[in-house]
Design a protein around this ligand. Structure first.
Ligand code: AMP
Ligand code: MG
Length: 391
């Protein structure tokens, strides 16, 4: 049995095997850029008015004749004489020889002229060509995770496709004779299969697109064959259940028989002690305990960081924060504890119902409190480390 830190060190020791793909910008939300992106245009592409108002040549004059109009989208470039003004609107082309836009609120409009009530400073209210970014300049750096603003920014530069880190393909293999698909009438002795539904949701949230779900009975041959097929076709294999020491737990043996190298088995933690991690060529395997809450905790702490690293994320581990505990916690077992908890402002409270079979508590928690194996007791008001789940 190894410690949580040893297990994380093993997982973190693997370099992220990036592969790249070109995708439509519209499909690139949460993807990570695999190369620098340079601007193909100046933005703004021309001098734009930042206000609804009047474009003039700045002077001491207070009255100007309105000679033309420039609305957003127009391309006529009127040549102004001194004391002439062009009626202009936000986003419209500013005539080349105008240097100032007066906002309409600062003007009294007469029939064919304007009287300026408040003269702005010279060059006011004009967005300069390339003010946001110039043609050829770095728009976004390699490894930038594309959020909606980044997608909007690249779109405004006219970019339609981007090169991003290819997300790994993941197979989820659920094992167990007792498992029945939701949507059918539950038979005696059976439970609904929920781990694949839960893990798929977690994978989708992490931006994984290729997800295959396989279900297998507690049967050695069937398990072995399913593992072989899943290994051949995926970058990551998540197995659920069958990794404990029961007579019908065949996963470990079936993995070893498929030449998956064991990198660790069993971690000094609660929940999730029987986690198994291995590798065959470029495919990584996490055999997660079947108990739903254990499976999810092992996924968050161990599988997700590796997945996020493969997706190109710089911060691949879930974010940690320190909070004051509203609960007293006893840890006589000298195991690392991951406790489902609720963080509100700077206070965190352990929730009732920590059993690894229960998802009810998990569904209401927003953090896991991590109590180290060396901490025997946490008193109310002590500071604890919380792992944030709202990724
Ligand atoms: P195992 O790790 O296979 O011994 O399973 C531990 C517990 O988790 C048992 O109570 C199983 O019925 C339950 N379990 C295993 N796989 C799933 C699953 N896919 N969905 C829901 N519960 C499961
Ligand atoms: Mg089982």
């Amino acid at each position: 049995m190894i410690s949580v830190k040893q297990a994380l060190d093993i997982i973190d020791s693997f370099p992220s095997a990036f592969s790249f793909e070109k995708v439509q910008l519209q499909d690139a939300l949460n993807s990570v850029l695999s190369e620098d992106v340079f601007s193909p245009i100046n933005m703004p592409p021309f001098r734009q008015s930042a206000m609804d108002g009047y474009a003039i040549q700045f002077s001491k004059e207070e009255t100007y004749t309105v000679v033309d109009e420039s609305k957003a989208g127009d391309s006529t470039n009127y040549v102004l004489k001194p004391t002439e003004a062009v009626r202009i609107f936000t986003g419209a082309l500013v005539p080349d020889n105008a240097d100032t836009v007066i906002m309409q609120e600062h003007v009294e409009r007469l029939e064919a002229s304007i009287h300026i009530k408040k003269m702005p400073s010279k060059f006011a209210n004009i967005r300069k060509t390339g003010e946001q970014i110039k043609i050829g300049d770095l728009a976004l750096k390699k490894r930038t995770k594309l959020n909606e603003a980044a997608i909007g920014f690249l779109a405004c530069l006219g970019i339609t496709t981007v090169s991003v880190c290819k997300t790994p393909s993941v197979a989820i293999l659920v094992t167990g004779n007792e498992l029945q698909q939701p949507g059918t009438d539950l038979e005696i002795g059976k439970i609904y299969e929920s781990n694949s539904v839960m893990l798929k949701a977690a994978l989708q949230k992490a931006g994984i697109k290729e997800i295959e779900i396989i279900a297998v009975k507690d049967d050695y041959q069937a398990t072995k064959t399913s593992i072989k097929n899943a290994l051949d076709a995926n970058d990551i294999l998540l197995v659920s259940g069958g990794i404990s020491v029961g007579d019908y737990d065949f996963v470990k043996e079936a993995l070893l028989e498929n030449d998956v190298e064991e990198l660790f088995y069993k971690i000094n933690q609660k929940p999730g002690k029987p986690l198994w991690f291995g590798k065959k060529r470029d495919t990584y395997v996490f055999a997660l305990p079947g108990n739903p809450a254990s499976a999810l905790t092992c996924f968050y702490i161990y599988a997700l960081p590796l997945l996020r690293k493969m997706c190109g994320y710089k911060n691949n581990h879930l974010q940690k924060v320190i909070a004051k505990s509203k609960s007293a916690i006893k840890n006589p077992s000298q195991k690392t504890l991951f406790l489902k908890a609720n963080l509100e402002d700077e206070f965190v409270e352990v929730l009732q119902g920590q059993s690894s079979a229960m998802l009810y508590t998990y569904a209401m928690s927003n953090v896991l409190i991590c109590v180290s194996s060396e901490t025997a007791e946490v008193k109310i008001g002590d500071e604890v480390t919380c792992i944030k789940l709202d990724v």
